[in-house]
Design a protein. Structure first.
Lengths: 269, 269
DNA sequence: CTTGACCCTCCCCTTACAGGAGCCTCTACC
DNA sequence: GGTAGAGGCTCCTGTAAGGGGAGGGTCAAG
């Protein structure tokens, strides 16, 4: 017969744990001194303790163990319980993986924002060569501010294949209050085949660009500036126009709208 | 101003949760009626609630959130916290994966035992053709009962590549009490390159086999039976002898030793 | 004024123990 | 036989993030 301390050393369960298991009725001492209340364990209880430890390692709760162990005497008796537990653990794993990849996405997004901000100092009109991009978008009609629904839709489908900021395309050559023809989406790193969204290469070319700082609802001012420039220089443009949301509300924090950055790109013929 | 119930509908946090957040100081109501104690929330608190929800989804505890949120105003401020949390979640994932694969191994083992038992009815000597197997083993000298240490070593390294029962090899042609030359290991499903263990193909051939039922310490009787047979029929044998532990103590339960099954294989020239 | 929905506080419950207080017991040594 | 120190006992509290419910007050509409 071992005292609780000795038994604790043998089984690698703490004394606290052994007392708790006694309380819960899952591992009873073999003898209790009636006068002193001291617990004593027989050699034969070591195996039971090992079984309990094993089940605990496998993620079983002690209430479960208490009901499983008495009705099992071989591994094969526990198959159903093991399979059930396996299923639960798999669910936990996949939910943790989801969380982890959500964090990863946020970190990527932050990293991209950081990179964008570095070279986004100018707020003057400039003429740039824009590269081809792979773009996945959802085309829709509505008010300008409803473009967010397209971003959400594409983000849900494209997920981690997104490789750049949100980009929206505007197919109207004029301001269209309630019925703008537009597309919201993202630069992605591979082709995405999906009925709902349209993924293709947007060819680049020479474009006038202007970085707009602040909330989107004042973006009209920036458009005005660009159109004045186009008129003055008698340029011919190619639709759709693009807007890149270099920095907008974050994935967690809305951030200060005064610091939002969007780049308007108007392609020239 | 919204009552707690309305705010609960907007934020998708339960009333209980909102009261709890108030208590913990992480999301305070904007106004509390002094007479009635009713909580009221302003529109502007919706965003804070959303931020908190987001952090909760990402696995942060409310105590953490309480300290993180005030010092962050943009996503990028939270990078360090996010990275730390990501690390923790990754650890959780890998530990869950370990547990899951432990369960999987046990289930596989049980399945294999089940299959072995089906055709292990005979306890008579029989002559069989044994197929080639890929075997990973650890060779050692010592007492017969110490073979378990080799199994453990190989199991640790081979892990899920193990595809069959434990198999031990005995290189002595005679009983060797304290200094047996033996190897313990498993059938595996692919080559394992490792300094400590030796993995190769064991070629099969014609062999005498006998299934031993019961504890290993009486296996001598079965050997005796085989050797008598060999002598009587004047057969020539090829070392090492093999023992397949078809069914032994389980991964969880020791099981009843009377039902242990081991197959002795002695190869003939 | 009533009624039903809504809100309040306070308390207990969940897991699998850990930490600690206060007290008792065992064993070895003097 | 006394004592010291190690080891044992019970009981209480705490953990994370709320859920459930009791008992009682409040709001808004009819």
């Amino acid at each position: 017969m071992y005292s609780i301390g000795e038994f604790s050393l043998i089984t690698r369960l703490t004394v606290k744990t052994l007392r708790y298991y006694h309380n819960e009725g899952v591992l009873l001492p073999d003898y209790i001194d009636e006068d002193t209340g001291y617990r004593y364990y027989r050699e034969s209880s070591i195996e039971r303790a090992a079984i309990i430890s094993k089940f605990r390692e496998l993620g079983f709760g002690i209430a479960e163990i208490k009901s499983i162990v008495p009705e099992c005497s071989q591994d094969s008796d526990a198959v159903e319980y093991l399979k059930a537990k396996q299923k639960i653990i798999r669910q936990e794993i996949s939910s943790s993986i989801k969380t982890e990849s959500a964090i990863k996405m946020i970190l990527n997004q932050i990293e991209r924002n950081r990179m964008n901000n570095v070279d986004a100092a100018t707020t003057e009109i400039s003429e740039k060569m824009i590269e081809d991009i792979i773009y996945a978008g959802f085309r829709m009609k509505g008010k300008y501010e409803e473009i967010g629904t397209a971003f959400k839709k594409v983000a849900r489908i494209a997920g981690r294949r997104i490789s750049g900021s949100p980009v929206s395309l505007y197919y109207n050559s004029e301001y269209s209050e309630n019925d703008a023809d537009m597309e919201g989406g993202f630069t992605v790193n591979c082709n995405i085949i999906n009925k709902e969204i349209n993924c293709r290469v947007l060819s680049g070319g020479k474009a006038l660009t202007l970085i707009h700082r602040g909330k989107y609802d004042l973006i009209g001012k920036s458009y005005e500036k660009l159109f004045r420039y186009i008129k003055k220089n008698n340029l011919s443009i190619r639709l759709p126009m693009r807007v890149l949301y270099l920095k907008g509300p974050g994935m967690i924090f809305r951030g200060n709208p005064e610091n939002y950055l969007s780049e308007i790109q108007i392609f020239l013929n």
